[in-house]
Design a binder for this molecule. Structure first.
Ligand code: C2E
Ligand code: CA
Ligand code: CA
Length: 651
């Protein structure tokens, strides 16, 4: 509008001046009147004035325009300055570590936080290359990502790296790399933001470690074992290599754990773990599956002899004394070995067969190693068939009891008999009573089997009492599993009441190891049995951990010295000394000492001389069935005499 009005002014001025000039110099009007002339001059002057005014107006407008432009520029400058300040403040005062980095990686600007994080001064960083601070193994991947940034495929690249501080410390950083371009779109520089994520990485590593390691020993756990074996199987398959799986558990660890306490048991496991770790190469693996079970994977096995050497080394190392809480502890281990690919093609197969081999090692008396053999699978299958057959033994009337007498040395009288289980089964003729009992315990059949034994033995005693052998006692062996049965005491009471025998004629035999395994419960049951009036005998005495010194704590009626000592009393001084000491101690405590497994006159003489009260063994007779026992009671061997009552009924 302003421009139009200026032009109008100028136009008007031109028209006025033009008309004056036209009038003044018009050849057809040479003698204009004075009035007209004056009017024209006045018009001329007015035109000039108007022209001047128009020019002045134009100048004013232009000036205003310039001033406006100036102020616009100034405000832009102020804005720019403010933004620069803001960036400066943000760059310097932010807790984030930020740097501007040239396209070839040189730092061109760094902030204080970054200097603090890396431990370098600003001037030091400004002559350094960002990429050289990172773990060089990461560079290849980083190059690819940077290439994508430059190709405009991405705007920002985020990654995690190990980074070296000035003091050599390695930290984990998370980086964000943004590419900046100039107004033409040409790559110009990078803005790099760094974040210290070392703590987070460490926490992640700890979680990962926990998921794959055993907390107590730091060894690999089952997860890690599975992971490693998957890798091992792949390698071994490709390279046609063999590897060995050693499965081991500590012999009698539970007893030791119960004796020395769980804390000390844990320390013991840590010592063993360390020893196992030191026995194998770093390429092998030692894992703890829980409890006292360990698995070793020996890689790249050339010959089974090499594995045997390692297994022997393990046995030797474990056997070394372990001192815990000033106790010197000795422990042994048994090892089962399976070898890939012959004994299994995966973890399950190898573990199963190593377990069978371990079972065999235990059977062989522990503290030894066994390689898996095909025959073991046969045995395992046989065992399964055996358990099945055992399950039907009661209903098929295949069980019977044999009886073995005990004689009082001083009076030569038969004081009682011990009931011993026998299984009449054509298929499993060779299986021993120990094995039957162990199998029954394993399969849970022990409860009905034991019930049958107690009932049958009590019925038999009643028969003998009725036949006149009224002072005869009946000893029945019991197992740990029975003692755990909450109804055990009630069941015993129910049987003796129902059959009608006074409780003092029933004797329960338990082993030392039963007390050791669960002292609290065992002693509680023993007290309850005593309260019923039932007699208690400790069987196989001398083989467990329950020392003579502990005898005082038990209120038992009889101690049966284990037959392994008796066998040796006439040939080995140590056995003779131990036996003498046990007899002396037991007698002193007012407990009846019984020697089991007495076979010879010499053994008998020794025991009689040492003051042993009763004997049991082949010297009198082997365990015999009911009818033979009845005959025996009527006509005892010359060394023994029948009870008075039996004599009376003897024809
Ligand atoms: P145990 O209770 O120590 O029984 C004594 C074992 O020694 C019996 O073996 C017996 O036959 C054997 N024996 C007896 N005298 C002599 C001898 O002079 N020389 C030798 N060498 N051995 C002799 P058996 O009958 O084979 O029983 C073995 C084990 O099986 C028993 O040891 C006992 O622990 C267990 N057992 C047997 N019957 C039963 C039962 O009815 N219940 C339970 N729970 N266990 C039983
Ligand atoms: Ca016994
Ligand atoms: Ca015994």
């Amino acid at each position: 509008m302003k421009r139009i009005s200026s032009a109008t002014w100028i136009g008007l001025a031109v028209v006025v001046v033009g008309s004056i000039l036209f009038i003044e110099f018009n050849p057809y009007n040479p003698a204009g009147s004075g009035f007209a002339k004056t009017t024209l001059y006045l018009g001329y002057c007015a035109g000039l004035l108007l022209l001047t005014l128009a020019l002045l107006r134009l100048i004013t407008l232009e000036r205003r325009k310039i001033t406006e432009l100036d102020s616009e520029k100034r405000s832009t400058e102020i804005q720019l300055h403010e933004e620069k300040n803001r960036f400066q403040i943000m760059f310097e005062q932010t807790n984030n570590c930020v740097a501007l980095v040239s396209l070839d990686g040189r730092f061109t600007r760094v902030n204080q936080s970054l200097c603090e994080l890396l431990g370098y001064s600003e001037s030091e960083l400004l002559v350094m290359n960002y990429f050289y601070l990172l773990n060089q193994n990461d560079l290849n991947n980083l190059q690819i990502s940077i290439h994508e940034l430059l190709e405009n495929k991405t705007n920002t690249h985020e990654s995690e790296h190990e980074c070296f501080k000035k003091n050599g410390e390695v930290i984990w950083i998370k980086t964000s790399l943004s590419l900046m371009r100039d107004h033409t779109g040409k790559p110009n520089y990078y803005i790099v933001q760094l974040q210290n994520i070392t703590m987070q990485k460490k926490a992640e590593e700890r979680l990962h470690h926990m998921a794959y390691h055993d907390a107590l020993t730091g060894l690999a756990n089952r997860n890690k074992l599975e992971q490693f074996i998957t890798h091992l199987l792949a390698v071994a398959k490709r390279a046609h290599q063999c590897f060995a799986l050693l499965f081991l558990d500590l012999d009698g660890f539970k007893n030791i754990n119960d004796t020395i306490g769980h804390d000390a048991g844990d320390l013991l496991l840590q010592v063993i773990a360390e020893r196992l770790r030191n026995t194998v190469r770093t390429t092998d693996m030692v894992a703890r599956l829980g409890g006292d079970e360990f698995v070793l994977l020996i890689t790249d096995v050339k010959r089974s002899e090499d594995v045997a050497v390692i297994a022997q080394k393990i046995l030797d190392n474990v056997l070394q004394a372990i001192v815990i809480k000033s106790h010197e502890i000795y422990i042994t281990t048994s090892v089962g070995i399976s070898i890939y690919p012959d004994d299994g093609e995966n973890l399950q197969g190898l573990m199963k067969n190593a377990d069978l081999a371990l079972y065999r090692a235990k059977e062989q008396g522990r503290n030894n190693y066994q390689f898996y053999t095909q025959e073991m699978t046969g045995r395992a299958q046989e065992k399964l068939a055996l358990k099945n057959a055992l399950g039907h033994a009661i209903s098929k009337n295949e069980f019977i009891l044999y009886y073995q007498p005990k004689m009082d040395i001083r009076s030569h009288r038969i004081t009682g008999v011990e009931a011993l289980l026998r299984w009449k089964n054509n298929e499993f003729k060779d299986i021993t009573p120990d094995e039957i009992i162990a199998l029954a315990e394993e399969s849970g059949l022990i409860i009905p089997v034991s019930e049958w034994i107690l009932r049958t033995a009590c019925k038999q005693l009643r028969k003998w009492h009725d036949a006149g052998f009224t002072s005869l006692t009946m000893a029945v062996n019991c197992t740990a599993r029975q003692f755990k049965q909450s109804t055990f005491i009630d069941d015993v009471l129910a049987v003796i009441t129902e059959i009608g025998i006074p409780s003092i004629f029933l004797e329960i035999e338990i082993t030392e190891s039963m007390i050791m395994k669960d002292p609290e419960n065992t002693l509680r049951i023993l007290d309850a049995l005593k309260a019923l009036g039932v007699k208690i005998a400790i069987d196989d005495f001398g083989t467990g951990y329950w020392s003579i010194g502990n005898l005082r704590k038990l209120s038992v009626d009889k101690i049966k010295i284990d037959k392994t000592f008796i066998k040796q009393v006439t040939v080995d001084d140590t056995s003779a000394d131990i036996t003498s000491a046990i007899i002396a101690m037991v007698n002193k405590l007012g407990i009846i000492s019984v020697a089991e497994g007495v076979e010879t006159q010499e053994q008998y003489d020794f025991l009689a001389h040492e003051g042993c009260r009763e004997i049991q063994g082949y010297y009198l007779t082997k365990p015999i069935p009911e009818e033979m026992m009845t005959d025996f009671l009527k006509h005892p061997v010359p060394a023994a005499e029948s009870t008075d009552d039996a004599d009376k009924v003897t024809p």
